[in-house]
Structure formats: C-alpha cells, structure tokens
Design a protein around this ligand. Structure first.
Ligand code: ADP
Ligand code: SF4
Ligand code: MG
Length: 378
C-alpha cells in the first residue's frame, strides 16, 4: 500500500502541470493586488449618491455622464440614430485641484466640458457641483451656478467679441453678477488685468489689436473676473506659440493657487497635461478609459491606449529609450462605435472577450481607475 502511494507520488512528480501562460498586464494587476491594496477600496462608480465626505472634498462629482447627438431622424422627426460623443464618463475633481483630460481629436473632450457647464443638455448621468446635485437643473437654475463655472476656450481669436473694448469684455460679468459695487468696477478690472499681465492702458483698446497670447490673457481675466470656483480650460494653449504656452500655463497655475480654483484642463498634448494636472483622465471615443493621479498614470499606466499615448511623449534624457507603440488604423466614428471594448479595433493586446464584452470601468488602486479586460473585472 505504502509502495503504491509512493509510486503514484513519483508519477505525479514526473508529469508536471503545464505552465500557465499569463499575460504581462494580468501579472501586473496581480502584483498590484498582492501589494496589499484593500479590496473594499475598489470602486465601480455606481449611480449611488455621493457621501457627505465626498461632497465636501470634491467640487465636481460626475457619475455615468452621457451626451448623445441625434444624427438621423425618421419621417416624423424622431431621432433614430445617435452620435455618442460622451458615453458613460465618471470623474471627481477635488476643490483647488486640476484634472487633465487627454485623448485624440474627436474623442469627446470639448463635449464633456460643455455638458458639465450646462451648455448642452445631458442625455444621462448625474452631476454634483459644489455640494449640490445639479443633474436636473434647467436653464434658470443653471444661471444661479453659472458664475462659479467658467470656461477658457482654445481659440482666443473667435472667443472675444470684436465690438467691445478689453475693459468692456472683462467688466460685463462683473456688473451682471454684482461682484463689486458699480463705482469700483473699473479699479477692480484694471487690477485683475495687471495680475494677468495686461497693462492698464489696454482697457480702452480692442481685441483685434492683440496677439494670440495677449488675447488668451484677456480670456483668462474675463473668466476669473467673476470669482469662479471651477474653470474648464479647453485646449487653452494649443493655438499659441510654444514660447507663449509656458507663460500662460504658469499664469493659470499661479491664479489657481491664489484663488483656490479647480480646473478641468483639456488637451490633446500629454506633456502639457502632465505639467499642470494633479490627476489625469484619458478618453477614447467618448469614454474614460483610465483616470488617476498624474504620477501613477505616468509611472504605471494600465490601459493599452494610455501606454500608446505615453510612448509618443519625448523623454528629455537621450540615453533612455522608450519603445514607441504605433496604433494601427484610425479612430472609429462615435456614430458607429465598435462592439465590446471600443478600443479593440486598434489595441495591440486585444483578446476574444474584448470584441463582444465592454470592460467595467473600476478602481484598481485608490483613485486610479481603468476599463480593460486585462485586469480583474469583479
Ligand atoms: N453639436 C454637435 N452636434 C453633432 N455632433 C457633434 C457636436 N459637437 C461635437 N460633435 C461630435 O462629437 C464628437 C466629439 O467632439 P468633440 O467633443 O469636439 O471632441 P474633441 O474636443 O475631443 O476633439 C465628434 O465626433 C464631433 O463630430
Ligand atoms: S479590453 Fe481588450 S481591447 Fe480593450 S484595451 Fe483592454 S485588452 Fe485592449
Ligand atoms: Mg475639442
């Protein structure tokens, strides 16, 4: 009997189990779990109301936001096909912090910003701003919080009315929202102009007299004149010369500190976003595919799309080499997005499941969320 057992044991030893092939990303996720990240901190952005603590910490909380544009209607004018410009985006922006949003052109960054500002009606989702649930706010109620949410657009040429002087442009919101008594408006605006690098004599001049960088300073002064709490900066330096970009970015950062502003900083340029953001969200075809603290996104990107974007960012040290991941194909149309994971048509890691089943967007380490089948889904 003893011999038989020994024989069986030897046989078992002789036939080792075939080694399990493990994807390197799955191995990475396993290490993350083994590193002791408590499972209960992982989070899937359910549509449950945020806690008091979350509301106190974040100026903006967004759950499952969608914005669909109708692109085809039937004979009686009912929409039958939609372009899903923003499809299921969840995010948080703490008071006084910057969330950078990156992604290729057409992925829905501007639509996300405009929907949050109430410039477009939401198709679905929940938005909490400054401690209040503003999801169902309509035009008039939005006006009550509009002062606190401002925007700086990409194109400083088209976003300033040519018919008004610089002083008139900046003063308008100050007068409407009664930021200071009427008699003090001019002094207040001139002081703000100086703070934004604009000389007082520009007060009576017109926008067409200025360069792109100066015009963007005017746009920033106009946005900040009403003492907002949150500013959407939509590609604010993309139209400017590189030498001017740094000056504008520094100005935005200084003003953020002084006024405790929260920014959503939209850009297609990952290195600009890295420079200004506390957290970074990566969008692809209307969805947020990864979001987390800037340092973690750059040192430990999880999503294959983030990795490909990062591989294109130049490294200052010529000795260090990073393998460039070149994505095949072009970005599909948001009017007809691929089934399953939207990135599967271009993903170098695509698996069978990715073609049919959308991955869950969830947290893998505190504040670092991702949507990808390479990582545990439950
Ligand atoms: N008002 C609109 N009506 C219909 N489609 C729109 C509208 N605004 C944007 N889109 C579409 O939504 C998608 C996302 O656009 P946008 O938010 O401008 O992207 P990004 O800012 O990332 O370049 C694009 O396919 C764009 O064509
Ligand atoms: S879910 Fe699949 S296709 Fe999508 S990013 Fe992850 S590996 Fe690639
Ligand atoms: Mg845009």
């Amino acid at each position: 009997m003893k011999e038989q057992v020994q024989e069986e044991l030897q046989q078992e030893e002789k036939v080792p189990a075939p080694p399990k092939k493990e994807n390197s990303f799955v191995a990475g996720a396993r290490k993350l779990f083994q590193a002791g990240i408590p499972r209960k901190s992982l989070f899937t952005y359910e549509n449950t109301p945020p806690t008091e603590e979350e509301l106190r910490a974040n100026i903006l909380i967004v759950n499952h936001l969608k914005k669909y544009f109708p692109v085809e209607s039937n004979l009686i004018g009912q929409p039958i096909r939609y372009l899903k410009a923003v499809d299921d985006v969840s995010l948080r922006i703490p008071y006084g912090k910057t969330l950078g949003i990156v992604g290729e052109s057409g992925c829905g960054k501007t639509t996300l910003g405009r929907t949050l500002l109430g410039l477009y009606d939401k198709t679905a989702g929940e938005v909490y701003f400054d401690g209040k649930n503003v999801t169902k706010y309509r035009e008039r109620q939005m006006n009550s919080i509009r002062k606190d949410m401002q925007v700086v657009f990409q194109d400083p040429y088209s976003s300033l009315s040519p018919r008004f002087t610089v002083g008139g442009i900046i003063s308008e919101g100050v007068a409407v929202h009664k930021i200071v008594p009427r008699a003090e408006i001019k002094d207040y605006v001139v002081a703000l102009m100086e703070r934004c690098g604009l000389q007082p004599q520009y007060y009576e001049r017109y926008p067409y007299e200025f360069s792109g960088g100066q015009r963007q300073r005017i746009c920033i002064a106009r946005a900040l004149a009403v003492k907002p709490k949150f500013v959407v900066c939509d590609e604010p330096v993309s139209a400017l010369d590189v030498s001017i970009q740094a000056q504008i970015l520094n100005l935005l950062r200084e003003l953020q500190k002084e006024m405790r502003l929260a920014y959503m900083f939209i850009s297609h340029d990952l290195s600009v976003v890295q420079h200004v953001s506390d957290d970074v969200g990566v969008m692809y075809l209307g969805s947020m595919v990864e979001c987390g603290p800037t340092e973690r996104i750059f040192s430990n990107p999880m999503h294959p799309y983030t990795k490909s974007l990062l591989s294109a960012v130049p490294i200052p040290d010529p000795r260090s080499k990073r393998k460039r991941i070149i994505l095949q194909g072009s970005i599909p149309s948001p009017a007809n997005p691929p089934a399953g994971c939207r990135f599967h048509t271009r993903c170098p890691e695509c698996m069978e499941i990715c073609k049919t089943q959308p991955p869950v967007y969830r947290e893998y380490e505190p504040g670092h969320a991702c949507a990808c089948h390479l990582y545990p889904q439950e």
